[in-house]
Design a protein around this ligand. Structure first.
Ligand code: ZN
Length: 133
């Protein structure tokens, strides 16, 4: 694992939360992006070497909509940046961790991403991400 690449925060409304986080962080988002396949719209802020990713549901079936129903707004996932996502998946599988899907997918912000199941990581949704070549 290289570093904490970003923290994902589930929000009801990017329109409202972008204003809040702009004031909190003293900076504008550098990117807003929809990942339709995942049912999310994301907004990214650079904070030093790490980032904050605000995540809004783009449809009622979105996993984010379900998360908001169950838990409300708040920290949704922690994302670790890795050099080689395939090596890291192999390593963590050997260590007994369970993945939501073992196949990396295109995520927001030009990344390949994969998620570990929270039941194998103390209830924390963990994302691995690798910059796309
Ligand atoms: Zn993320």
């Amino acid at each position: 694992m290289m570093k904490i690449e970003h923290l994902g925060i589930a929000v009801k409304s990017l329109e409202t939360s972008d204003g809040l986080f702009e004031r909190l962080l003293g900076t504008q988002n550098y990117k807003k992006e929809s990942v339709e396949r995942e049912g999310v719209t994301t907004s990214f802020y650079q904070v030093g070497e790490s980032k904050i990713e605000l995540v809004e549901a783009s449809n009622p079936e979105s996993p984010i909509a379900k998360f908001l129903d169950k838990k409300g707004e708040g920290i949704h996932h922690i994302a670790f940046g890795v050099d080689n996502i395939f090596d890291e998946i192999e390593r963590l599988k050997k260590e007994g961790f369970i993945f939501i899907s073992e196949e990396p997918k295109d995520g927001a912000d030009n990344k390949l991403v994969v998620f570990l199941h929270p039941k194998s990581t103390n209830g924390v949704l963990v994302e691995l991400c690798q910059e796309k070549p």
